[in-house]
Design a protein around this ligand. Structure first.
Ligand code: FMN
Ligand code: SF4
Length: 1531
């Protein structure tokens, strides 16, 4: 026992799990739910987590794959694919799944699968689960203790491999519960499994890939079996290495081996009814099985000293009586018998059990029974409902009677529940009966039921899945009736049953009947005299007469209910007990995707066929990323297609995380539809604790790629002349397309919406991607044909564009030197061409943490995984771009230029020859990556022999934004043409720059980028639209209009931005113009909301002083209007329809003129904001111009202090860039301030840096020029001088939530809108709520710069109504921690193209993780300004926060500390590139110290500086000085 471990095994499940783990490639773990473990799975998971190695698993780490499957999800379906692929599969399960899986069992019996079955229910197992499948062709082994469980588990695996047939190992899980054994001896296991046999099986996968493949038992259609065709099937029966007889492989031996006493495990193969030629199942006889199992047991005996037999006998060799037990308690019985008094009837009796239950070897039974035995009592723990004779009794009778003279009496008993206390009594009863003259057959022994009833699997509704039922509740309120809600008590009905569609359907029908009865009762009541008043009668009569018409009945319901309530008689009260019946009920059945498999599906069919008016909500939770694994092998039915084919049902396919509105619409339509309705609802998750972000991302992928299309199908529409089918997402899968095509619906759809046509007709797949690559490369090759000179292929990998532009320039230079140059992205290159290259160059950047850029990954994967690349004739060189300090820690130095270095090494390993040593570009070098590049390039030319070429043409300078602006003809470019191009969702690169000036950016959904790329699709392009909304004030009407736009044209959400305006995301190209027009109809515009112009002008919302606010707000509007660009391109492109297009002069553009901006506009964006002391809630220090409103002595606005040169954008690790706070230029009167602003802008226009966009903001112009020089230039243009700045005082830069009253007596409420995202979720229908409020609100909305929202100007008399409306939608909640209230995040993923890390979706999660710590330290109410952005562009103004996190790479952030509480001071870098665990650790430590050490009312940022945690930043120019982290320069 060389490898014995010290582990103690306590339960049979543990013993079994360990053996299964060692002996399988794949273990299908059947579980109650994915969230709760089975008695096996907890052990399996532990082994996996310890990375324990299996003895057989054919994976690199030898860890077997555990596939968890819900017990009601047709678990055995998961076995087919892996076993056919030559992987050893075992299943751990309870017996509950066996009978429902019977169809699979017949097929799987012919494959070497092992099923370990714990009999259920645990308290009192029912062995009928085994007897009822005894003839399915499997071998059955039984164990009765923990030790036996270990040994039989091992036997089962070894036997399956040797026989090539399925083995079921079953046991009572409580048997031998008290005994523990040592864990298996690995050497024994290895020896018995015989790894040669294992490898032979694994190396020859089966053909036939679907579960209809004909390799199961084949029906015998002819008496004369056909001779066996030799096929691959046979290869799978692995011969034992020992000298055993080979299995009988022909029909003759089969015939001879089948004796009357022996069943067979496998029928002979025969002519199949299936026409395709499938490999025939190998015939293995009972004798073969017996020989194999005996040899395994002989080995076990030899190695472990434990003996086993097909039938086990315990008792004296001269016993006359015995029991043959097929039930739980053999140990209990044996024990009682061995302790019997000699006077006991059962003294000296024997106990027989079967170890090898099938094949049933009658002859072996006879051998096992001592000759002395005269009487056998057969005890079967089988709940028999239909048959008179127990199955075991029949087995014993046929074997023993016919072949054994000694036995005179065989009596069958039904064994009930026996305990230690009752076993003696039971035995007495049995033996009295057995020895009586006329024994009674079928006598019941023991209790019918066990005292404690454990139900099998408890069905739990995962918490996540309540999302949809919550919506049902919201929609239908009182009217909803969910027939099978798990909370309901279903008397006496098991959970499994009550979750079936049949059960729910039955209860819905019952509910309908109840309603009929109720109507009759009401009718009777209406005529009775038992009311106290007369009133109810009339309304009851009215209701009864309308009862058949749901609409009328509904209309009459309120009256009836109120009259009955007033009447208050006993009869009224009785009727009111059934109040819901007065209304039209919305009847729902809620099911899971278990109904998509055969078992549940028949129930769905039943509902459809009934034509009844019931609604099914079917929640599918298979994650998109797992669907291929699951779908390929599992016969998951598309219920939607099935129902549509059926014809009479309303069908909708929905996904709450994709479109909340569509879910509402579908449920409402389903409710209204008079007939069966099926609403399919997608909610993918891997485990109960998945974050909503995971669910969201999985949903998006599924919907975007057409795996889970959103649609509605209403057969009633046809009657109205409308199409039945509405598609609510963009892409659909093939099957649905075929269905629609057949039904002519697709044509209708395309006609209605031609844009869909293009998308729908586009097929996709990985082959397409491969073809695309081929085409691109071939096109290049063609181009190069006929050219002379050596070939040079240049491949680049680039995320941000540096490597790409280097590659393109290198390509031009190569061409100029006469080389045949090809330049392409690494992902577009077909790897199979690599060995044929003569000269190849790779220029790759570094992304993530030492990873390849996105567009280089596929090629790198192909190269590194290749085993046979021969690059002996290839010359190559690598230029790598990276940043030696991106990951500042010493141990992270390996990430510096890692991809380039890896590639360089691997290519050399494949035999390629270096043209030039790897070049290393480093952002830290004086000229950034150019430094390294300039050293590398000449070496390359040298090696290629083209270093000294004369007459090289001059290189054209790269095209800049300035060129684009000039060439654009006042921002027109080719935008119109781009919008009209239906072949792509994108517009040209130059137009992308120009549309910014029109307030819209092109983006793509980064959540689905990779999936789409893999499918050969272009990225999911859409547009972000930003409104211009000076001062952030919107009327109620405008609010509703914005809400409409987001729902109808965008992604159903709105973002309230940090610059006080509305932003829409997800507007696809085709909807861009309609959206712009709708915004315009709302009397808003988007012009100059982005771009190199003055953007939206901000203004403090000041809810506490409305009059004063109005004065300041007017100035913000005035400045905004004054600085608007004049180009008419905006109007021309967006607001004119085809028929009223302006005629263009002489076919050319209209002559535009920009008096302020000129043709090239500003060098960079320009931002203005106005703060009203003491509120710096617009962060005046962060903008190009910050105005501080100064109140005159008369209480009115007198003028503004003007700050200039604030700005947030920076680039990581580029010290030439930094955030900056505005510098004071002085005071200007109200009447002059817009002119002062104009002049500041004009100085920037003329002096700003137009060469380097990273250095083009006003902050750098002022810093380079000096404040005084700058001021004088402004004053010179202005012709006036700034007055000395007036005194002012700021207190904070955050919002105060809740109600305030202003000086005029009007009320204002500040809502908390987390990170400005306005959206509906099942838990919080905020968007709907705000819309309802907007419908009645007489005042306005004010957007705050902290992304919150103020409901402004509610009169006292409207206050109560407003409060109750707010309460209804949970919008009155202001109970947030101070940290959360003071937090803000930019958008970042998935739409922002610059994002390096999550922000809006992550900050709330991070705060939740810190709130416990706040609580512990008494800081819950304290305001700490915390901000997060996805990149250093700084949209949420992180640099002014007391604590900030700025995205560095996915999941990693730079941390900054020490910003001023009212936005007056920049913070400073504290730690680089840290991840969540470290963030939490640092934050918790700091918060604890802050709570203990702070002075009274000292803010966190100030404390950080006083406590020496961080140095104070005095201005932008010292932002990079004295940072907390020492950078190590050692390599
Ligand atoms: C998110 C992110 C992660 C990075 N990670 C690394 C890294 O791990 N190692 C490294 O040497 N450079 C790293 N860099 C630096 C870039 O490789 C470098 O700036 C390069 O010039 C970018 O080239 P590109 O614009 O072609 O993508 C990273 C840059 C970014 C934006
Ligand atoms: S800060 Fe960066 S990531 Fe965030 S929205 Fe702005 S550009 Fe995008």
């Amino acid at each position: 026992m060389a490898e014995s471990t010290n582990v103690t095994v306590r339960t049979p499940e543990e013993a079994v799990a360990r053996i299964a783990y060692l002996a399988s490639d794949v273990i299908v773990s059947v579980q109650p739910s994915l969230a709760s473990d089975s008695d096996f799975s907890s052990h399996l998971k532990q082994l996996v987590s310890q990375k324990t190695q299996s003895l057989v698993a054919n994976t690199s780490d030898a860890v077997p794959e555990i596939q968890s499957v819900r017990h009601n999800n047709d678990p055995l379906l998961s076995v087919f694919a892996p076993i056919r692929a030559g992987r050893l599969v075992s299943v751990t399960t309870t017996s509950a799944v066996l009978l429902p899986s019977i169809a699979h069992l017949y097929k799987l019996a012919a494959l070497p699968v092992v099923l370990h079955v714990a009999l259920a229910p645990k308290s009192f197992p029912d062995y009928s689960a085994i007897t009822s499948i005894r003839n399915s062709g499997w071998t059955f082994l039984q164990s009765e203790s923990v030790q036996e469980a270990q040994d039989m588990a091992l036997t089962a695996h070894a036997l399956a491999i040797r026989s090539g047939k399925g083995v079921i190992h079953f046991f009572d899980p409580t048997a031998g519960a008290d005994a523990t054994v040592s864990a298996e001896d690995a050497a024994v296991v290895r020896e018995i499994l015989n790894l040669d046999n294992v490898r032979r099986f694994q190396s020859a996968p089966l053909s036939g890939s679907n579960i209809y493949a004909n390799d199961g038992r084949i029906a015998i259609v002819s008496d004369q079996p056909e001779p066996l065709t030799s096929g691959s099937r046979q290869d799978h029966v692995v011969q034992s290495s020992e000298a055993e007889t080979t299995p009988s492989t022909n029909a003759t031996s089969h015939a001879s081996s089948q004796s009357s006493q022996q069943s067979v495990t496998s029928s002979p193969p025969s002519v199949s009814t299936v026409t395709t030629i499938e490999p025939a199942a190998l015939f293995v006889s009972s004798e073969d099985i017996y020989k194999y199992v005996n040899s395994i047991w002989a080995q076990l005996n030899q190695l472990a000293g434990r003996q086993y037999h097909a039938f086990e006998w315990s008792g004296p060799a001269n016993a006359e009586n015995c029991i043959f037990l097929f039930g739980s308690d053999s140990a209990l019985f044996s024990d009682a018998i061995s302790h019997a008094q000699s006077s006991d009837e059962f003294a000296n009796a024997g106990v027989l059990t079967s170890r090898l239950y099938r094949p049933w070897l009658g002859a072996k039974l006879i051998e096992a029974i001592p000759k002395s035995v005269k009487r056998v009592a057969v005890l079967e723990q089988v709940s028999r409902k239909t048959t008179k004779w127990g199955p075991l009794l029949i087995d014993v009778l046929t074997s023993v009677k016919s072949g054994f003279g000694g036995v005179e009496t065989i009596v069958g008993h039904q064994l009930g529940y026996i305990s230690k206390g009752t076993v003696g009594q039971a035995l007495r009863g049995i033996f009295q009966n057995l020895t009586s003259e006329k024994p009674i057959q079928n006598l019941e022994v023991g209790e019918r039921e066990s005292p404690e009833q454990t139900s099998e699997y408890v069905l739990e509704k995962p918490k996540l899945e309540t999302a949809y039922t919550k919506i049902l509740d919201q929609l239908f309120g009182d009217r909803i009736f969910i027939a099978n809600s798990l909370e309901a008590e279903n008397a006496g009905v098991s959970n499994t049953i009550s979750a079936s569609p049949e059960y729910g359907f039955g209860s819905l029908l019952a509910r309908k009947e109840r309603k009929q009865k109720f109507v009759a009762e009401v009718k009777e009541a209406a005529g009775s005299g038992r009311f106290l008043t007369e009133v109810p009668k009339r309304s009851l009569a009215k209701w009864v007469s309308a009862a058949e018409d749901p609409k009328k009945a509904e209309a009459a319901a309120d009256e009836v209910i109120s009259k009955l309530t007033v009447d208050n008689s006993r009869l009224s009260k009785t009727l009111l007990e059934n109040k819901p019946f007065f209304r039209k009920q919305s009847l729902w059945l809620v099911g899971s995707d278990a109904w998509s498999y055969d078992l549940g599906n028949s129930g769905v069919h039943h509902v459809l066929a009934s034509g009844e008016n019931v609604n099914l909500l079917i929640i599918d939770s298979t994650p998109y990323s797992e669907r291929t694994a699951a779908d390929a092998n599992r016969r998951k039915k598309d219920i939607g297609l099935y129902a549509m084919n059926f014809g009479n049902a309303y069908v909708a396919s929905t996904a709450v995380y994709s479109s909340y509105t569509q879910v509402l619409q579908a449920m409402d339509e389903a409710d209204k539809f008079n007939g069966p309705s099926i609403v399919l609802a997608y909610l993918p998750y891997f485990g109960e604790h998945d974050s909503p972000l995971t669910v969201l991302q999985e949903t998006k992928k599924a919907v975007d790629l057409g795996y889970w299309p959103l649609y509605r199908w209403n057969p009633e529409n046809e009657k109205k002349g409308e199409p039945n089918f509405s598609l609510d997402s963009e892409r659909i899968k093939k099957e649905l397309k075929q269905f629609l095509d057949r039904d002519n619906q697709l044509t209708q759809l395309m006609r209605r919406d031609p844009l869909f046509g293009a998308v729908l007709s586009e097929d996709f797949g990985t082959e397409i991607r491969a073809q695309q690559k081929r085409k691109a490369k071939d096109a290049y090759n063609q181009l190069l044909e006929g050219l002379f000179g050596a070939p040079l292929t240049i491949l680049f990998g680039s995320d941000g564009g540096n490597a790409q532009s280097l590659a393109k320039r290198l390509g031009n230079r190569g061409r100029a030197r006469g080389l045949k140059t090809t330049v392409m992205a690494m992902e577009d290159y077909p790897v199979e061409d690599l060995p044929t290259e003569e000269n190849i160059v790779f220029i790759t950047a570094t992304a993530g943490q030492g990873e390849f850029p996105q567009n280089a990954k596929p090629l790198w994967d192909a190269i590194k995984d290749s085993t046979e690349l021969d690059l002996a004739s290839v010359n190559y060189s690598v230029m790598a771009l990276g940043d030696s300090h991106y990951w500042p820690r010493k141990e992270d130095k390996v990430y510096y230029n890692k991809p380039g270095k890896d590639l360089d090494r691997v290519l050399a390993n494949f035999g390629a020859k270096r043209l030039a040593d790897i070049g290393l570009g480093d952002d830290q070098d004086p000229d950034g990556y150019q430094t390294g590049y300039q050293a590398w390039e000449p070496k390359l030319w040298e090696a290629l022999g083209v270093a000294n070429v004369d007459g090289l043409p001059e290189e054209p300078p790269p095209i800049t934004n300035e060129d684009i602006k000039i060439a654009s003809n006042y921002l027109r470019g080719t935008i119109v043409e781009g919008l009209n191009d239906p072949t792509t969702g994108a517009i040209s690169a130059a137009d992308q720059q120009l549309t910014k000036f029109h307030g819209t950016y092109m983006q793509d959904d980064r959540d689905v980028r990779d999936e789409r790329k893999a499918m050969g699709l272009e990225p999911a392009y859409s547009f972000m639209i930003r409104c211009r909304l000076a001062g952030g004030v919107s009327t109620s009407k405008q609010w509703i209009q914005m809400d409409d736009i987001s729902t109808e044209l965008g992604n159903e959400t709105m973002k309230l931005t940090t610059r006080q305006t509305f932003q829409f995301h997800g507007v696809v190209k085709g909807k861009l113009k309609p959206a712009m027009q709708a915004i315009n109809r709302a009397l808003m515009t988007t012009i100059a909301a982005c771009g190199d112009v003055n953007r939206n002008v901000m203004c403090s919302p000041l809810p506490s002083q409305s009059k004063y606010h109005r004065e300041v707000y007017a100035v913000s509007q005035k400045i905004s209007d004054h600085l608007l660009p004049s180009t008419s391109a905006y109007h021309e492109i967006w607001l004119t329809d085809d028929d009223n297009k302006k005629t263009q002069v002489a076919g050319d553009a209209i002559q535009d003129f920009e008096p302020l901006y000129g043709p090239t506009y500003l060098p960079r964006k320009f931002k203005i904001s106005i703060g009203i002391p003491p509120h710096n809630d617009v962060d005046v220090y962060a903008h190009d111009i910050g105005l501080i409103a100064i109140k005159g002595e008369d209480g009115h606005l007198s003028g503004f202090n003007l700050l200039a040169g604030g700005g947030m954008g920076a680039t990581h690790n580029n010290k030439k860039t930094y955030p900056q706070t505005g510098r004071m230029l002085g005071y200007a009167k109200t009447a002059d301030v817009h002119i002062a602003c104009e002049k500041v802008m004009l100085v920037q226009r003329d002096f700003g840096d137009r060469k380097n966009r990273k250095h083009a903001r006003l902050k750098y112009t002022i810093d380079d020029m000096g404040v005084d020089v700058f001021r004088s230039k402004v004053e010179e243009l202005w012709g006036q001088q700034f007055q000395p700045a007036r005194a002012f005082h700021f207190e904070s830069n955050i919002d105060t939530l809740g109600w305030t009253k202003d000086e005029t007596g009007m009320n204002h409420f500040t809502f908390f809108i987390e990170n400005g995202r306005i959206e509906d979720t099942a838990d919080f229908p905020m968007k709907t709520g705000l819309r309802e409020i907007a419908k009645v609100h007489k005042g306005e909305f004010r957007l705050t710069a902290n992304q919150h929202l103020i409901l402004s100007n509610v009169a006292d008399e409207d206050l109560d109504a407003m409060k109750s409306l707010m309460a209804k939608y949970k919008l009155d909640n202001v109970q947030f921690s101070g940290l959360r209230q003071s937090s803000s995040a930019c958008v970042a993923f998935p739409t922002c193209g610059l994002a390096m890390a999550e922000s809006e979706r992550y900050l709330p999660v991070l705060i939740s993780k810190l709130e416990g710590c706040l609580e512990e330290n008494g800081l819950r109410q304290d305001s700490i300004v915390m901000r997060m952005t996805g990149c250093p562009n700084g949209c949420a103004r992180p640099w002014l926060a007391e604590v900030a996190f700025v995205g560095k790479a996915f999941g990693a952030y730079n941390m900054y500390l020490g910003g001023g509480y009212h936005g007056q001071r920049l913070n400073k870098l504290y730690r680089s590139s840290i991840k969540e665990a470290e963030i939490l650790e640092i934050m918790k430590g700091l918060l604890k110290r802050y709570a203990a050490e702070r002075d009274s009312s000292e803010h966190f940022g100030d404390w950080c500086i006083r406590a020496g945690v961080i140095n104070e930043t005095r201005g932008g120019q010292d932002f990079h000085e004295g940072v907390a982290e020492e950078e190590s320069d050692e390599e």
